[in-house]
Ligand binder design. Structure first.
Ligand code: SF4
Length: 342
């Protein structure tokens, strides 16, 4: 269990359900490493005890605001129906007070009306779908076991049932390009996503992807590539007001042990810096900045991301425009908005 703050809005009390419910084996998947728990189905009573304990510990840290209990880490709706209902009953018994609902993540091919009926009747308010890509060549190369149309149909069912829809996508999958990733982000927007998560690909040991790296069949993303490509997708979501819940996997010891790919522990922060670089550049391109410099007004609390790690954004911008850039953090400016005094 971990208690995590989203980039915006409220909090999740996250309960990891490792690989349970998933009968697939995507080339990159190592849920046991991501969640740190082995891929065996525990006794249901032990599982309920663990889940309840995780929720209560999460609740004990809440002082204000709203929270959702979030089942992450596997394909929640692929869990056997009885077991899934027991887990939902456990979670829904905590709804009330700070806890407004339940969210879960699953695969597109594990969504249908019957499943939605069960989720609705147990207080689920948001469903996040592992779409990963809407390019069928990429999905096939990743051995996802479903195509893009299946993902689009699942999105439509989720929206029709009134759930908040979350679209999860990956960056850097084999055969994927920055263009196909931007197209995936656009497709997720078109499907009506309310929220999204962007995961630059991380390579864990004992996965087919790891073997592909070793044989030279797949070249993992560098940190810089992962940051640039994730930021490009994020700009699509920002433009269409789809809330970005996260960029990059949760930092953990297991993640730190992933030998290749986007395993930088601060990949999300780096990507946010790149997003702000792009936004400020676009702004300055349109204003013909004066020689004595310019002050960019930015949202409160976003200064370090706007300046970039070790001041990289400021240096890049000052070199590009040959002017001094100043930043002014101000109240009332929303995240990912920047402007200048006119
Ligand atoms: S669908 Fe998710 S849990 Fe299942 S194998 Fe693929 S990545 Fe792992």
């Amino acid at each position: 269990m971990c208690f995590s703050a989203k980039m915006k809005r409220h909090s999740n009390i996250a309960v990891f359900i490792p690989h349970l419910g998933c009968h697939n084996s995507c080339i990159f998947c190592s849920q046991t490493r991501i969640t740190g728990v082995l891929r065996t189905e525990p006794d249901i009573n032990d599982e309920l005890f663990r889940v309840n304990d995780a929720i209560e510990r999460g609740l004990s840290t809440l002082k204000s605001g709203e929270a959702e209990i979030a089942f992450f880490g596997g394909s929640f709706t692929g869990i056997g129906e009885d077991r899934m209902i027991r887990l939902l009953e456990c979670a829904s018994s905590h709804i009330g007070g700070f806890v407004k609902g339940i969210r879960c993540s699953t695969r597109p091919d594990y969504v249908n009306q019957h499943i939605c009926d069960i989720l609705k009747s147990h207080g689920v308010t948001a469903v996040e779908l592992g779409i990963q890509s809407t390019d069928n060549r990429v999905l096939e190369a990743a051995r996802r076991g479903h195509d893009a149309d299946t993902a689009k149909r699942a999105c439509a069912i989720i929206k029709k049932n009134g759930f908040e829809l979350g679209g999860q996508m990956m960056v850097g999958l084999p055969l994927s390009t920055s263009d196909s990733e931007i197209k995936t982000a656009e497709d997720i927007v078109s499907c009506g996503a309310d929220t999204c998560r962007i995961y630059p690909l991380v390579v864990f040991e004992n996965t087919p992807l790891y073997d592909m790296v070793k044989s030279g069949e797949y070249i993992p993303l560098t940190t810089e590539e992962a940051v640039t490509r994730a930021a490009a997708c994020a700009r699509v979501f920002i433009k269409h007001k789809v809330e970005i819940l996260r960029i990059g996997l949760h930092s953990s010891e297991n993640l730190a042990c992933a030998p290749y790919g986007a395993n930088h522990p601060a990949i999300g922060e780096l990507a946010e810096g790149e997003i702000y670089f792009g936004l400020i550049k676009e702004l300055l391109d349109g204003v013909n900045p004066e020689k004595n410099g310019i002050t960019v007004r930015i949202p409160k609390g976003e200064l370090s991301k706007c300046i970039g790690q070790k001041g990289i954004n400021r240096s890049r911008l000052e070199q590009l425009y040959k002017i001094k850039i100043r930043f002014s953090e101000e109240d009332g400016i929303e995240k990912y908005n920047v402007n200048i005094y006119v």
